[in-house]
Ligand binder design. Sequence first.
Ligand SMILES: C[S@@+](CC[C@H](N)C(=O)[O-])C[C@H]1O[C@@H](n2cnc3c(N)ncnc32)[C@H](O)[C@@H]1O
Length: 163
Amino acid sequence: MIGCGSAHLRMDVRDMSMFPDESFDCAIDKGTLDSLMCGVDAPLSAAQIVLEVDRLLKPGGVFILITYGDPSVSVPHLNQSGCNWKIVLYILPRPGFTGKIRRHVLDPVPLTERGRLPDGFVPEDPDSHYVYACEKMQGLTACEKMQGLTGAASPTVERQGEE
Ligand SMILES: C[S@@+](CC[C@H](N)C(=O)[O-])C[C@H]1O[C@@H](n2cnc3c(N)ncnc32)[C@H](O)[C@@H]1O
């Protein structure tokens, strides 16, 4: 089910071709990528949902991905060929988690150049939600996207604080 404004539409997130390119400012997924990752053809499904969201967002648009997938799982899906996201990561413990939190949970967790958690960083709650705020960056032309599909492009992960 896709929530679109005040409407709810039944469709497959892997094919949202009823919507034209660059028609949304924001897309939010909580749990749908995770659900697809449990299904058949998981890598293909993950690629399709991310590519569809990328297609539908306007440049500068934001994809909020809420998932159980840590960066080693999620960032490769986000940074597939043809996509160019500026990613800011938040790691939120479950509501009611009673363990000690050693940081301010609304502060972003910086990613390494490779799009991984910093060395030694372990979320306090092993069942944390990972919230990826992904801004669709300008700059990939159709030609560059084609190069990306053939392995020549190098999508970026920007570290917190980098321009
Ligand atoms: C884990 S539930 C999350 C539901 C809700 N977003 C939440 O957080 O409570 C995953 C949802 O993804 C939907 N879903 C799975 N595959 C889908 C697909 N290919 N297209 C659209 N929705 C899909 C399921 O029907 C289910 O509602």
